[in-house]
Write a protein that binds this ligand. Structure first.
Ligand SMILES: C[S@@+](CC[C@H](N)C(=O)[O-])C[C@H]1O[C@@H](n2cnc3c(N)ncnc32)[C@H](O)[C@@H]1O
Length: 236
């Protein structure tokens, strides 16, 4: 596992150096905004952004929970991503960043009210260990919002599996639901979140054959897993 995490760190350090951390905001902002709207955030809450990259979403979360103990924490395995996230957030008071693998969250039990994770979960070598960590750090009644663009029900995304330089998991929404339920989350609800940004007439990138495919991919949308940690049983 240490080797796999080291490979991820090195790969995403290169993404960060090439400016791809900041670029991802344009690619993910639509699905992120729709998800954050579902998180029911309030001033004073504690929220975790797992696999935060350059920290653009962490800053949005910090603004929404500002007040009292409200804090947003961004964690990422890439030190270069975290350096950039910290630099871009230096005027935000209620924000913290740390470098760590998602399967070893350096935080106390039951601390967070909400977790957001955007386009990061399918990279985690040991997803079961990460789910255990999420269950541990979430407060009873808290909820993890996990957004995944690469999953079996979106066939376009499966083309990335062989093209990415690091191994990824390609799973179905039922696989994910089952994994989360097996670790105690209940209920686990699932939605598809379309990317609502306009698609250009002509596509010149590498991931799709043409603009029609990109439009289709965006309409199928990202998988949003909403995993609730049950309320603690009331003492009699
Ligand atoms: C596609 S980027 C998404 C970044 C950010 N959430 C966004 O939407 O801009 C995936 C991020 O997950 C991080 N990541 C990958 N594997 C990780 C792991 N095992 N533990 C923690 N972070 C990881 C990467 O370093 C990278 O910043």
């Amino acid at each position: 596992m240490a080797d796999a995490n080291e490979k991820l760190r090195s790969e995403f350090n290169q993404w960060a150096a090439a400016g791809r951390g900041e670029e991802m905001e344009n690619h993910h902002v639509s699905i992120a905004e729709q998800t954050i709207a579902r998180m029911g955030l309030r001033p004073g809450q504690r929220v975790l952004d797992l696999g935060c990259g350059s920290g653009w979403a962490t800053r949005t979360l910090a603004e929404l929970v500002e007040g009292g103990p409200g804090v947003a924490v961004g964690l990422d395995i890439s030190d270069e991503m975290i350096f950039r996230a910290r630099a871009a957030s230096r005027y935000v008071e209620n924000i913290l960043f740390a470098i760590c693998p998602a399967d070893e969250i350096p935080w106390m039990d039951e601390y967070f009210d909400r977790v957001l994770s955007i386009e990061s979960f399918y990279y985690y070598p040991d997803q079961e260990a990460v789910i255990r960590e999420l269950f541990r750090v979430l407060a009873p009644g808290g909820c993890a919002f996990i957004l995944i663009n690469l999953y079996n029900e979106n066939p376009y995304s499966l083309r990335w599996v062989d093209q990415l330089k690091v191994p990824v998991h390609a799973r179905s929404e039922n696989d994910y639901r089952r994994m989360l339920e097996e670790h105690g989350f209940a209920p686990v609800t699932v939605e598809h979140i379309p990317d609502l940004t306009p698609t250009p007439e002509h596509y010149s990138g590498v991931w799709f054959e043409n603009a029609g495919e990109l439009r289709d991919f965006k309409q199928i949308g990202a998988l949003l897993l909403m995993a609730h940690k049950p309320e603690a049983e009331r003492k009699k």
